[in-house]
Design a binder for this molecule. Sequence first.
Ligand code: CUA
Length: 319
Amino acid sequence: MDRPVHLTNIFDPISTPAQAIVELSWLVLWICAGIFVIVVGLLTYILIRFRRRRADADEPPQVYGSNQIELAWTVIPMLTVVVLFLVTTRTIKAVQDAVPSPDTVHVTIVGHQWWWEIRYPALGIVTANELHVPVSHQAQPRPTFLKLQSVDVAHSFWVPRLAGKTDLIPNRDNSMWIEPREPGLYLGQCAEYCGTQHANMLLRIIVHARDDFERWVAVQQQPPVNNPAMQVGRDLFQATACVNCHTVRETNANGTFGPDLSHLMSRATLGAGVVDNTPHNLRAWIRNPQHLKPGNLMPDMQLTPQELEHIVAYLVTLQ
Ligand code: CUA
């Protein structure tokens, strides 16, 4: 997929909540810029106009109190704050109180150290680190509502062009929604420090045209490829502790501690965005999981070179 520019530009929203937030931000910025110009302008003028001159007496005339001025600098800031409060409340309410339409896609996102589990309960799909959603047109809105959870520590879901940040908190369901209006690739990032690999907890959001999304769903719903030529690697994989943490549907691998591998090779990156998902990088990752992403929770399986080749050959078939 070709990469659009402005991947993470907060001032270039393409989704309804992000648009609402950016409009509010501009209003606040302009009001604050106005106040800044007035204050600094007056200050500069006064510093120059009333600076001490040689002919001046020792002290300028002393003025005590002015009802008019005091009233002005009390009432104007109060009105400004009230206006900011009201417009902010309106935006928060509009974003938070949105109601899903029947056509809405529902996704549950679970934060892990340091990757994203992505589940589509109604569609029976489980994937990782890549959120695929349909584009939403004004005439035919199709937003995506996200339920956010965490299994370990606090994380934060942030895709600047789509919406504001929302935390993923253990033992709590948070929610947010996006409504992207243009297909493309948008990048996100965990925005809450969550441990050593916080910076490598990256997110890719792929917004599809409608038909494309249906195609993606159909592919993900298919059972994993079971290529008889890869039987050795498949058996080895199933006999190794890989299965305690990873799921490959229709095998004995049903762990949920690590990412679901049923369609591993349909994803663009490994390790939540650390490297491209190529057979070469996959081999390097399994040979020494601590090399590409030090501190991640995948152990070294101590495979022999031959076992490694078999398992990689099998995993590469999981399209
Ligand atoms: Cu997860 Cu920072």
